[in-house]
Design a protein around this ligand. Structure first.
Ligand SMILES: *[C@@H]1O[C@H](CO)[C@@H](O)[C@H](O)[C@H]1NC(C)=O
Ligand SMILES: *[C@@H]1O[C@H](CO)[C@@H](O)[C@H](O)[C@H]1NC(C)=O
Ligand SMILES: *[C@@H]1O[C@H](CO)[C@@H](O)[C@H](O)[C@H]1NC(C)=O
Length: 615
């Protein structure tokens, strides 16, 4: 080997080594924690900071790691800086850093972080942070506050709970003698808590009334130090709030840009219990299944969920794409969910009647709205009840029932999740009221329609000619169609009650499939409203005995949502029919009934036989 080639070899080795090292530079040498990945907000920095497994945006690429110390390489400036990163909570990172310097060891660069170096806080925005229960238990509170210009505790401000325990509504009062005090409503959403020594920290988002969507992260993120204590035997929370979206400048629960002292309110709900005849079913549902009523916490709390409020579609958050990151969808969607949930606490039982009817004052929390309402509960049958609730919230419990008028308030009909068949009211056989039926037939038999009429005798789908209630020993109502081909439309009865001359029946449709297997469709429940009345005297045919005014008339309507009182039987509802009575089941005046019955029995026998043979 000549000196020349040997030199060439050295140069080549050097080039290869250089290339290799530069390749390894682009391939990161260390990684940040998996759960740090996302977009983070930091006060004073435009936009959000992206952290992926190798990079922290604006800081650089992970170069070397030792415990909580990271040496990061900033490619654009070709320099190195040390970051000391602490994860305070899965959504809070705090760090101190050095200037970006020429390459040196991690230990050397990191040693240049001085004790009083600025501490920065980053709050994770994406992936979305799930709020957590606020650490201040048992709202409502009264509180006084200080914004650096004196205590404002008279009149006292109030903090109210929300349905969601991760929220608190702060209703600030103005004090005439304190310059910086003003009356204002703020909502706090608790996002993260941690402890350092004996100091407890909370990160929350503050929003002002309904201007939520207009305020920036800079205005919303706040850091708190809080402490639970006792004063005069009452639980007291001392809270200091930061003046900006950092945790700097907070030292103790009594020093901060704003301090508050929350005291648990004495006049807690007396926490009566909802009567046993109501809580015997822990869950009640509305007929259309949209509302669910659930009793909790020793039967003193009732939770009402209403899924009719349409939930927003969750938009997939691609946190690596800035255009998505700036849409603050997370909290708006949380809000809408909260609006469909109500929490009621029994505050006082006013009057109770025979375990059948009760008037209750309840404290309601719906989203972050709260107040007192008057409620009536009516037991209608063992698995059926109805409730009424005043339309607005009252500040004082005493006002809630003062002007309550049951005759002016709608009923919500509720049933237990499982229903059993029960005897139907108005047993017997009925046929469609003749005058109406014949009028239609006459119309059909007009000359022009004659040919058509012959081709399709008397058959119009969705038209009924007969009804039998509870005949053949079943707890069912069978509506007989005018079309022989169409199967009968049957409903199982689950309980009924009478009110003001009307009968209300809760039913479920019975689905008969071709193989004559019968099952109840429990997802559908209806309220049938009946009115049975004798025919008016005018209808008596002259020369009749004067005793009989013709067979009784049964008017009925079917309603889907609740047993609405405004529905007039035979007129309103999703389905209205008028029948005349043919008498009791056994005194069958119509041969049709028995001719239906026999094939039905035959079919059952045959199907039993078939199943036996098929085995
Ligand atoms: C991490 O982000 C940096 C830019 O900040 C980018 O160059 C790099 O490709 C990203 N890495 C991954 C694995 O996505
Ligand atoms: C709530 O009421 C139901 C029925 O009355 C009863 O079985 C249950 O034990 C009660 N729960 C509590 C916690 O008191
Ligand atoms: C039932 O009778 C009432 C009168 O009593 C009438 O107004 C209503 O239209 C009738 N309904 C039907 C479906 O025929």
């Amino acid at each position: 080997m000549s000196a020349g080639t040997s030199l060439k070899f050295v140069v080549w080795t050097f080039i290869v080594c250089f290339l290799a090292s530069s390749v390894s530079l682009t391939k990161a040498r260390c990684q940040f924690k998996q759960n740090w990945q996302g977009r983070w907000f930091q006060s004073g920095i435009q936009g959000l900071i992206l952290i992926n497994n190798t990079h922290i945006e604006s800081k650089g690429e992970c170069y070397e790691e030792q415990g909580d110390k990271y040496l990061v390489y900033d490619k654009s400036e070709d320099c190195y800086r040390c970051l000391v990163l602490h994860e305070k909570h899965s959504s809070v990172l705090q760090y101190k850093e050095t200037y970006c310097e020429t390459k040196d060891s991690l230990a050397e660069i990191c040693s240049r972080i001085v004790g009083d170096a600025a501490l920065y806080s980053m709050f994770r925005k994406y992936p979305e942070v799930k709020p957590l229960d606020c650490p201040f238990k048992s709202a409502p509170f009264t509180f006084g506050y200080n914004r650096g210009t004196g205590d404002c505790s008279n009149p006292p401000s109030r903090a109210e709970s929300c349905t969601d325990d991760s929220r608190l509504v702060l209703k600030y009062q103005a004090c005439p003698d304190v310059p910086s005090s003003e009356s204002n409503v703020e909502e706090l959403i608790c996002l993260a808590t941690w402890k350092e020594g004996s100091t407890k920290y909370l990160i929350g988002k503050i929003s002002q009334g309904n201007r939520r969507s207009l305020t920036s992260d800079e205005d919303q993120y706040r850091c708190f130090i809080y402490q639970k204590g006792k004063e005069d035997g009452k639980i007291v929370y001392s809270i200091a709030q930061s003046g900006d979206a950092t945790c700097s400048g907070l030292q103790s629960p009594t020093e901060g840009s704003r301090t508050m002292k929350l005291t648990i309110v004495d006049d807690q709900h007396k926490r009566c219990r909802f009567p046993e005849w109501i809580t015997t079913h822990h869950t009640w549902v509305s007929l259309d299944h949209h509302k669910t009523f659930k009793f909790a916490q020793k039967n003193a709390t009732l939770k009402i969920l209403d899924d009719e409020t349409t939930r927003p579609i969750r938009i997939h958050q691609n946190f690596a794409q800035p255009q998505f990151a700036f849409q603050d969808l997370g909290f708006e969607s949380e809000d809408q969910k909260q609006n469909s949930e109500m929490r009621l606490v029994c505050h006082g039982i006013l009057q109770q009647l025979d375990n059948k009817q009760v008037q209750i004052v309840a404290h309601v929390t719906a989203g972050c709205d709260s107040g007192y309402v008057c409620m009536m509960f009516y037991k209608r049958d063992s698995n059926i009840m109805e409730i009424q609730q005043s339309n607005r919230y009252y500040e004082n419990a005493d006002e809630a029932c003062a002007t309550f008028d049951p005759s002016e308030i709608a009923y919500t009909t509720l049933v237990a999740p499982t229903l059993h068949s029960k005897k139907c009211p108005h047993l017997g056989r009925y046929s469609i009221q003749l005058n109406a039926f014949m009028e239609k037939r006459k119309r059909r038999e007009q000359p022009g329609d004659l040919k058509l009429g012959n081709a399709e005798p008397d058959c119009i789908s969705n038209e009924y000619e007969g009804l039998s209630v509870g005949c053949s020993g079943s707890h069912e109502m069978e509506f007989k169609s005018t079309c022989p081909s169409q199967s009968t439309n049957s409903y199982a009865c689950h309980g009924s009650w009478e009110e003001d001359g009307l009968t209300y029946v809760i039913t479920t449709p019975i689905v008969t499939t071709r193989r004559s297997t019968i099952h109840q469709d429990n997802t559908l429940r209806y309220c049938f409203i009946f009115q049975l009345s004798n025919q008016p005297q005018e209808d008596v045919i002259e020369g009749g005995l004067g005793k009989s005014a013709g067979p009784p008339i049964l008017k009925m309507s079917k309603v889907g949502e609740s047993c609405h009182r405004y529905v007039k039987p035979g007129v309103g509802g999703s389905w209205a029919l008028n029948f005349t009575s043919n008498g009791a089941c056994d005194q069958s005046t119509s041969d049709n009934a028995s001719s239906i019955l026999i094939p039905a029995i035959m079919l059952i026998v045959l199907s039993i036989a078939a199943t036996v043979f098929l085995r």
